[in-house]
Design a protein around this ligand. Structure first.
Ligand code: PEP
Ligand code: MG
Length: 567
């Protein structure tokens, strides 16, 4: 057995086809006619741009916009005057077009590869892909035709470039194995988009396997079995069939309402961390974004994102969701989320300390630009603002006051924003839960953050393994807290959602339905599974389960009971 990185889920069973690029050897001679060579290069470049644009168009219709963006990026690189200028300069120095292209592309690829950042590493792969495409045109070498591989093929390649992937017919490709690439590489993104199981970064796999050999690969675990025996084959065939049956069954929930068996409708949204994730929400048929954790915009970078950068990010999500609700949470740092460049000191009890809204209210330089960016972006969709870690009403009132001032500023400058923008809070502290009836009169909506609410209710550090046994949302104290928050919201007609992990827990679905939760916000990949679980219950059944569960005394009893009734 070999192992690599499971980069696209599913089980692939099939015969190996080794993908080897044809030789691109050329005669590196000094040229005599510079003008003719420049013309030859320009013609090849033009052909390459046209070809890449056609591939991008094809990718857009067959796979998706996001995947096509990779090839559109190639077109931009090919049009980059800096790069083509250097190739022309090489030709002027009597280098042939092939050598000129190779030298410049290799230089760019090395430069990108030397930067320790996944995006730049990917850029290096893109430049190599472009180089190959240009050389093939210059040398008149035919492209590999992956469109005509027989059904049940497992493609084995050093890397799967976007050019190769563009030609793949997913009906014939049972799996993909490569020697390089990770979960976020283009090959992984494309394999997932084409729904082909893939294991990447399997060391030396091209030379270990032979054409026609049978293999089994598990795109979730990253396992690869060469020439599997009957037992292995039977086991993985059953696994593959179960996976496909489950997937097909979930697809049936695309376009459906999120409703119980007896027609009680709820809203099913998704949590995101980056603007790009919004596309996945749309793909998975999410009804909106229930939580955008904006702190991720502030992480993995050397300084605070500007108001303009934030505005663009929020606007992008709002536009991607095309008018569906987008709840954007203001900066929630501190606790376990560190941002080194802010220079915040070490604290004895970081989870109880200077975090989230507490910090923002002391840092106008951070908070005002974020709120202004959110208000400006609200002109482009249904953005709602959510304040995290609220523990008293004053905090919320201060934020509202700030927003009022910023709105007046925008009015003065004639900048558009949604004057009726909704502002709500995360209910994730016991204080907010206990005051839910008062908050419900002041805020536009609640979103229950069970990850923190569990930690604070149980007085148990969510990351400490010694007390992990106490960290359970099934604990009746936590469930009572959730129930009272939802009931308090209902009593005032305030919208109440949940964006903590508990929203996606199928054991808790009947309880949340029974308590009256309006909105469930889960990871994009859990949307359809959650919609399915909701559809399996009637409200009467859910009420019965909730009544019984809420009469129990311990987390263990409740969990065991819920497991016995789960659908
Ligand atoms: C929560 O606390 O439940 C929540 C959704 O926020 P985070 O996990 O980002 O703290
Ligand atoms: Mg939280």
């Amino acid at each position: 057995m070999y192992t690599g990185i499971g980069a696209s889920a599913g089980i692939g069973i099939g015969s190996v086809v080794i993908v080897k690029e044809p030789s691109l050897a050329y005669n590196n001679v000094e040229i005599s006619d510079v003008a003719a060579e420049k013309e030859r290069f320009e013609a090849a470049l033009e052909q390459c741009i046209a070809k890449t644009q056609a591939m991008a168009e094809d990718m857009k219709t067959r796979v998706g916009e996001k995947e096509a963006e990779i090839l559109e990026g190639h077109v931009l690189l090919l049009m980059d005057p800096e790069m083509t200028g250097q190739i022309h300069a090489n030709i002027e120095n009597k280098m042939c077009a092939e050598a000129s292209v190779e030298q410049v592309c290799d230089m760019y690829a090395q430069m990108f590869a030397s930067i320790e950042d996944e995006m730049f590493q990917q850029r290096a792969t893109d430049v190599c892909d472009i180089k190959t495409r240009l050389l093939k045109i210059l040398l008149g070498v035919e492209d590999l035709d992956l469109a005509s591989v027989p059904a049940g093929t497992v493609l084995v390649a050093e890397d799967l470039t976007p050019s190769m992937t563009a030609g793949i017919n997913p009906a014939n490709v049972a799996g993909v194995l490569t020697e390089i690439g990770g979960k976020t590489s283009h090959s992984a993104i494309l394999a997932r988009a084409l729904e082909i199981p893939a294991v990447l970064s399997v060391e030396g796999i091209v030379s270990k396997l032979e054409n026609g050999q049978q293999v089994v690969l598990d795109g979730s675990t990253g396992e690869v079995f060469e020439s599997p025996d009957a037992d292995c084959l039977a086991k993985y065939t059953a696994k593959r069939d179960a996976y496909l049956a489950e997937k097909a069954a979930l697809k049936a929930f695309i376009g459906k309402e999120s409703a119980t068996k007896d027609g009680h409708v709820v809203e099913l949204c998704a949590n995101i961390g980056k603007p790009e994730d919004a596309l996945k929400v749309v793909e998975c048929d999410g009804e909106g974004v229930g939580l955008f954790r904006t702190e991720f915009l502030f992480m993995d970078r050397p300084q605070v994102p500007t108001e303009e950068e934030q505005f663009e990010a929020y606007k992008k999500v709002a536009e991607t969701l095309e008018g569906k609700p987008v709840i954007i949470r203001t900066l929630d740092i501190g606790g376990d989320k560190e941002i080194p460049y802010l220079g915040l000191g070490k604290e004895e009890n970081p989870f109880l300390g200077f975090r989230a809204v507490r910090l923002c209210l002391q840092r106008d330089d951070l908070y005002r630009p974020q709120l202004r960016a959110l208000l400006r972006a609200s002109a482009y969709g249904d953005i709602k603002i959510m304040v995290p870690m609220i523990s008293c009403v004053d905090e919320f009132r201060t934020v509202k006051g700030m927003l009022k001032e910023l709105m007046a500023e925008l009015d003065e400058k004639g900048i558009a924003y949604n004057k009726d923008i909704k502002v709500g809070i995360m209910v994730e502290t016991p204080a907010a839960s206990l005051m839910a009836d008062v908050f419900a009169k002041e805020v536009d909506f609640f979103s229950i953050g069970t990850n923190d609410l569990t930690q604070y209710t149980m007085a148990v550090d969510r990351g400490n393994p010694d007390v992990a046994y106490l960290y359970s949302t099934y604990n009746p104290a936590v469930l009572r807290s959730i129930e009272r928050v939802i009931k308090a919201a209902k009593a005032e007609g305030t919208m109440v959602g949940m964006c903590g992990e508990a929203a996606a827990d199928p054991l808790l679905t009947p309880l949340l339905l029974s308590f009256g939760l309006d909105e469930f916000s889960v990871s994009a990949t859990s949307i359809l599974a959650t919609r399915k679980v909701i559809s399996l219950w009637t409200m009467e059944e859910a009420n019965e389960v909730a009544k019984k569960a809420m009469s129990m005394a311990t987390a263990a009893e409740i969990e065991e009971y819920l497991k016995s009734v789960v659908k």
